[in-house]
Design a binder for this molecule. Sequence first.
Ligand code: UD1
Ligand code: CA
Length: 475
Amino acid sequence: MTQTPQQNPEPIDVVIMAAGKGTRMKSSMPKVLHRLGGRALVSHVIDTATRIGARHIVVVTGHGASEVEAALQGAAAGATPAFARQVPQLGTGHAVQQAMPHLPEDGTVVVLSGDVPLIGEATLRALVAQSAGRRLALLTIRTPQPTGYGRILRAQGQEGEGEVLAIVEEKDATAAQRAIDEIYTGVMAVPARLLKSWLARLDNKNAQGEFYLTDVVGFASVDGVPIVAHRTEDATEVLGVNSPSQLAALERALQLRQAEALMAQGVRLADPARFDLRGTLACEADVEIDINCVFEGAVSLGSGVTVGANCVIANARIETGAVIHPFTHIDGGKMGVTVGAGALVGPFARLRPGARLGPEVHIGNFVEVKNSTLAAGAKANHLAYLGDATVGERVNYGAGSITANYDGANKHRTIIGDDVHVGSNCVLVAPITVGAGGTIGGGSTVTKSTEPGALTISRARQTSFPNWQRPKKKS
Ligand code: UD1
Ligand code: CA
């Protein structure tokens, strides 16, 4: 279903309620900071508000306010929202009251919850269009399990399309009202000037002694302001997070959506139910991803890349045709990692920030690479460490060899020229340069730079005693 994009005549301002405690999370962390797809719940909502073109975004904070505010200030991809503190928390109407001083009168206010993370951009645009600068637009949904939610009361019967009269909260509802299966999702769009006047009229004479935002519906009805209920069919987008179980369910829903979107682009996922993306994943053609892989931060995979089972890949660029074998851990952190075209990595390899592998590089099992550049065709196939190193083309770096890059105070670089062969179990004590084409004998500890083409051996000479008799036990 495509809609012609229509310019809303009035600016959109968003209020995100996020002051509630979230008791059922049983966590010391404020609820809206719990992570979905690797990001705070409330950050998803802020993103969506940004995408609908919000002029102002006000987050209402209360429980854990300073923590929430600090988290959102730091992670500002776009503009940091404004914050309105609600202390104590006297209900949803009271929450929105705290935000209103931040908002001009000429806009349409969209009210969202920080714990309803998957609310959709298209749905909000449609809701704003329904409000049209003069109506109260409520987002509703029909559900077989309406318990706990505010019910939509309509003029003609309880099922039909009759005019909306009010929202009645579960705790204030009669048995007949509780049977209504159309509920308020907690999302509304309303002209600011109307909302301001209604908020001023709220009271807390109800079963919970709270100032209910939902009471504005009754005022609209009395004032003759048209009320429209915009029904969504997509339960996932209006689901809230109240417990770890609900958080996990939404996580799976989000992951499935992301997996479907990637598969629609041609990415071959072995199992969309065993795929986790906590960031962004850009894939060229013919990418294959086996089960149980986790992608974090910004990852991009070139054409024909295959990723084996049980890999974790964060902040990395993997070039065309590279193969990441199972159980490989790649974390580029702030510096990033690049894996060159046709490179082979793993199984059980670890690439840390600043690892830059050229084309056709091989990194085998139990090899760790940090802040090091490996030129085309270099190989470190077994049990090795390369830290702060510059490694030339076609270098063969033996099993068990390490760069000793840290002297206890400072880090130093190791430079290994093209075509060097480093034997097994060597220690290269940085700063040091191994000249191109040189060979380091197995078991050497090398502390001085070596000339190109030289063979360097640095270990005790082998001594053998013929016919040596081991001591015998006395009888
Ligand atoms: C509210 C609606 C109900 C609707 C339901 C949908 C009211 C009175 N009722 O229920 O009709 O079906 O949402 O989920 O609005 N919050 C604050 N400050 C407060 C109270 C709440 O910021 O003083 C925040 C919460 O953190 C949460 C959101 O508002 O993000 C909704 O609060 P919650 O208690 O979950 O909703 P209900 O009041 O139960
Ligand atoms: Ca409540």
